[in-house]
Design a protein around this ligand. Structure first.
Ligand code: SAM
Length: 243
């Protein structure tokens, strides 16, 4: 790990970054779902549907939804009969998720606070591992990828949904302008929290390009790695297998 890492555009120590990211998600937890709809024009729902259709959860299989937050991806997989453990470093996000699950009558999920970099699960515990819009917030991404590999059984599937860089001419720039100007303002209006939303925008900008991140997944030991681009790569689904 380098001595300093980016928290948005600022350089901080790795420990400070983890604490600052924790502060962001504690602050946004209550408004997180509403803000997701506002920021993406509801499109995050379609991206998550597509993501889960790629995961193809099967009844009875054990899936770890890492950085699972308020449960959006976990609920979709549980509805298909999978046994889902929702883990997140932030207990406030998980509390909102547990309330949402009971309001929707979704039970059987396991909710567990975990840092993606240092999981407490035994080796080869899961059939699949998912992480949606979570990996860019993790301080030591290679460590999290190695942990994902460790907790998957042989033949296990690994999936990441995350913002990256659109290759469509002009679209990436237009999105950046929208993100820079609009998202922090909406964050201020709706959640009275401009800073947290500025961090979210900056963390999107800093995430590796689709092929670079695919190489990072391969470096962690996954095989048959793939990347599917949505909106020219603004959002991507990466996958790989543990053998
Ligand atoms: N997966 C959910 C979704 O798609 O709606 C939540 C995504 S939210 C943008 C990012 C989540 O990553 C937050 O809940 C945050 O607490 C979590 N997170 C950040 N760093 C983490 C880490 N090191 N380990 C586990 N979760 C982490």
């Amino acid at each position: 790990m380098p001595t300093h890492v980016n928290f948005g555009e600022k350089l901080v120590t790795p420990e400070e970054k983890t604490a600052l990211v924790g502060g962001v998600f504690s602050s946004v937890a209550r408004r997180y779902d509403l803000m997701n709809d506002l920021m993406s024009g509801g499109m995050h729902r379609l991206w998550k549907d597509r993501f889960v259709s790629r995961v193809k959860p099967r009844p009875g299989e054990h899936i770890l939804d890492m950085a699972g937050g308020t449960g959006d991806v976990a609920f979709r997989m549980a509805r298909r009969g999978a046994q889902v453990t929702v883990s997140d470093i932030n207990p406030d996000m998980l509390s909102v998720g547990m309330e949402r699950a009971s309001a929707r009558g979704i039970d059987g999920l396991v909710w567990q606070v975990e840092n993606a970099e240092t999981l407490t699960f035994a080796d080869q515990s899961f059939d699949a591992y998912t992480i949606a819009f979570g990996i860019r917030n993790v301080t030591d991404i290679p460590a999290a990828l190695k942990e994902a590999h460790r907790v998957l059984r042989r033949g296990g599937r690994f999936f990441v949904l995350e913002f990256s860089t659109s290759e469509w001419p002009g679209f990436g720039e237009a999105y950046e302008r929208y993100a820079d100007r609009v998202i922090p303002r909406v964050g201020k209006l709706v959640a009275d929290d401009e800073e947290s939303y500025r961090y979210l925008v900056e963390s999107i900008r800093r995430f590796p390009r689709p092929d670079q991140f695919r190489a990072m997944i391969a470096n962690a030991g996954f095989v048959r790695t793939k990347v599917e681009t949505l909106l020219g790569g603004l959002v991507c689904i990466w996958s790989g297998w543990r053998i």
